[in-house]
Design a protein around this ligand. Structure first.
Ligand code: NAD
Ligand code: IPM
Ligand code: MN
Length: 359
């Protein structure tokens, strides 16, 4: 049986709670199916580590992580540390430098959630958001000068490269091609942003020539927010910049149901570096320690991780179990239920056994 070594980085807040629940489920899945083995290695990187060590990550972090097949990440962010310090210290210090350039965020109504608008049918929303994950406003360029002067100046410089745009565009066209509707929408803001966004439009047209079977269109990001709300059924695969898709993916998660179920994969499609799988949500200070964080987003992310390492059938079993548990109403308070993080995980483990027994 194949064995996978996974780096676990729960980090902060509810990240710690949902990753613990997810590891329990995945280990149970492996023990029940017996078709693969999996071992999680825990890394303590997070805000407590930062307070002790003065940094979020060791210097050799990239060499350490390269020994693993994939990483499972929770969330980073603590109430007593500025968010830009924690995020640039940990998560953003991995996504960019490891060239995990494709951030994939599937969005569909999950059992137990409901679409946000009465006029939308659940089937209207079945999207894959493809987020460029290595450049744009997240390239880390810019700075501050003339501190505390009236003319103090701060710049955020968005960096877009031909290589960076082309690789994410090809990834998005491939994703669209792999789905039944073969439909891609390219999101930019090439009316007011006349450099990077215009290059995005140009490269979209160039790459599209290689995918005559994919039907594609362009949207300005402001108009896109309206289309997602008003005509959700007209969308399928969506690609855009790091910042635009950060914003649109939260909107999409809320439209489809809840941020508590939204998964994400930070992929290195070249497979030189291990990909990172994590929920879309953050460390949620308001519910930390209460044991009520919804683990569905992280369990779904782990299913995507299994698919990525080559265990598609195990991933399917896990998703069937997860959906069945939610359909039966085992839901955390964010979805109107009374279940705990722990009880959802336990229910998923039991459901896995039921499915395995009928196979
Ligand atoms: P958040 O996602 O942590 O929380 C937003 C709201 O959603 C809160 O009311 C929270 O209780 C709720 N929520 C989120 N996940 C939930 C879950 N699994 N189950 C039930 N409810 C859930 O976003 P925020 O409040 O803007 O950020 C809190 C901290 O997390 C900040 O430090 C922020 O920078 C950080 N953050 C980290 C990541 C990440 O590590 N990937 C992502 C987003 C935010
Ligand atoms: C996300 C988060 C991160 C991002 C933050 C916490 C740095 O919002 O993964 O969507 O902006 O990418
Ligand atoms: Mn976000």
């Amino acid at each position: 049986t194949p064995k996978y070594n996974i780096a676990s980085i729960p980090a902060d807040g509810i990240g710690i709670e949902v990753v613990a629940a997810t590891i329990k489920v995945i280990e149970h899945l492996a023990q029940t199916l017996k078709t693969f083995e999996i071992e999680f290695t825990h890394f303590p990187w997070g805000s407590d580590y930062y307070k002790k060590e003065g940094r979020y990550l060791p210097d050799d972090v990239l060499d350490v992580l390269r020994k693993y097949d994939a990483c499972l990440f929770g969330a980073v962010g603590a109430p007593d540390i500025p968010d830009h310090i924690s995020l640039w210290g940990l998560l953003l210090a991995l996504r960019g430098p490891m060239q995990l350039y494709a951030n994939v965020r599937p969005v569909r109504p999950f059992p137990g959630t409901r679409v946000r608008f009465a006029e939308s049918k659940p089937s209207d929303i079945d999207w894959v958001l493809v987020r460029e994950n290595s450049e744009g406003e997240y390239a880390g360029q810019g700075g501050r000068s003339h501190l505390n002067q009236p003319w103090e100046t701060a710049t955020e410089v968005a960096i877009f490269t031909r290589i960076g745009i082309e690789r994410i565009m090809r990834f998005a066209f491939e994703t669209a091609r792999s789905r039944p509707r073969k439909l891609l929408t390219v999101v930019t803001k090439s009316n007011s942003m006349r450099n990077g966004m215009v290059l995005w439009d140009e490269i979209a047209r160039e790459v599209a020539a290689d995918y005559p079977d994919v039907q594609w269109d362009k949207m300005l990001v402001d108009a896109m927010t309206v289309r997602m709300v008003v005509k959700p059924e007209s969308l399928d695969t969506i690609v855009g910049t790091n910042l635009h898709m950060d914003i649109l993916s939260d909107l999409a998660a809320a439209l489809a149901g809840s941020i508590g179920v939204a998964p994400s994969s930070n992929l290195d499609p070249t497979r030189k570096n291990p990909s990172i799988f994590e929920p879309v949500h953050g460390s949620a200070f308001d519910i930390t320690g209460k044991g009520i964080a919804n683990p569905v987003a992280t369990i779904w992310s782990a299913a995507e991780m299994l698919r990525w390492v080559g265990e598609a059938s195990a991933a399917d079993t896990l998703m069937t179990a997860l959906e069945e548990v939610c359909r039966k109403g085992v839901l955390t308070p964010d979805l109107g239920g009374t279940a705990t993080t722990e009880s959802v995980a336990t229910a998923v483990c039991k459901e896995i056994e039921v499915i395995a027994a009928t196979k």
